[in-house]
Design a protein around this ligand. Structure first.
Ligand code: SF4
Length: 248
């Protein structure tokens, strides 16, 4: 741990030296009012940034899911406060951020469609009771264990997975978390928002542009893929419900 702490400080010195010699002073890491960045704060910052990257909640909840049960056990034994609690708290915070953002967007008139749309709305409605409060490790575990808050935004597939284990088609109910990289379009856990539909149309436009430059079979396939994405966006707009128009 001492070595890691020293290396964090060495890295800051190196980064600031590089920024100064290249004339990139705005890239320098400023002094921290709370003193040296120890390993505890470094790990917390790391977890915070992972949780808030696009799809980051998924990264924490899924990629670190196994870490909680394997690597973390050994790590925690050597660490004063352990990494379990840190990961749980950051994942829970990101979970609450996801449903709070959805709640705010729904109140602003966002439309949502898909078999899991009403479950997503229900999850979003619980957000106000958690926002603005400090989350302890114990509360974090309760939040993560709450099946009604299992909402995963999946930017890659432009949908939201409102996870219910017994409905999952990606792994036939074998796991506590979804396999988002193996998402099945017919799954009953899918919800789509207006933002996802906009993303689908943008992606379709990009595919059409690529088709103009792609040779042979690839160039022939791309317009079909673009049409499928537009069909999904059209289906969303036909089925969307919202709080504003009283359909939700
Ligand atoms: S198939 Fe997709 S929507 Fe269904 S549970 Fe798996 S990841 Fe979620």
């Amino acid at each position: 741990m001492h070595t890691l702490g020293t290396r964090v400080e060495d890295f800051i010195t190196w980064a600031n030296h590089e920024a100064a010699t290249r004339g990139l002073v705005h890239e320098a890491i400023p002094p921290d009012p709370h003193g040296r960045i120890g390993t505890e704060r470094f790990r917390r910052s790391l977890a915070w940034h992972i949780a808030r990257r696009p799809g980051g909640l998924v990264a924490l909840a899924i990629q670190y899911g196994h870490l909680r049960t394997s690597v973390a056990a050994g790590y925690a034994a050597r660490s004063r406060d352990g990494i379990h609690d840190l990961l749980d708290v950051e994942t829970a915070r990101a979970t609450i951020d996801t449903v709070a953002d959805l709640n705010a967007d729904l109140e602003d008139g966002l439309g949502i469609s898909g078999p899991a749309a009403r479950r997503a709305i229900k999850a979003a409605a619980t957000a106000p009771q958690y926002t603005g409060t400090l989350i302890t490790a114990r509360q974090a575990r309760q939040i993560l264990a709450n099946p009604h808050l299992a909402v995963y935004d999946n930017p890659h597939t432009l949908l939201m997975c409102v996870y219910k284990r017994d409905k999952a088609l990606c792994h036939r109910g074998l796991k506590d978390t979804p396999s988002l990289d193996q998402c099945v379009p017919a799954c009953a856990n899918i919800a789509r928002t207006d933002q996802h539909a906009t993303g689908l149309r943008l992606r379709a436009t990009v595919l059409d542009q690529q088709a103009g430059h792609a040779p042979g079979p690839l160039g022939e396939r791309l317009p079909g893929n673009a049409a499928r994405l537009r069909d999904l966006a059209d289906a969303h707009h036909r089925a969307r419900i919202s709080l504003q128009d009283g359909t939700a």
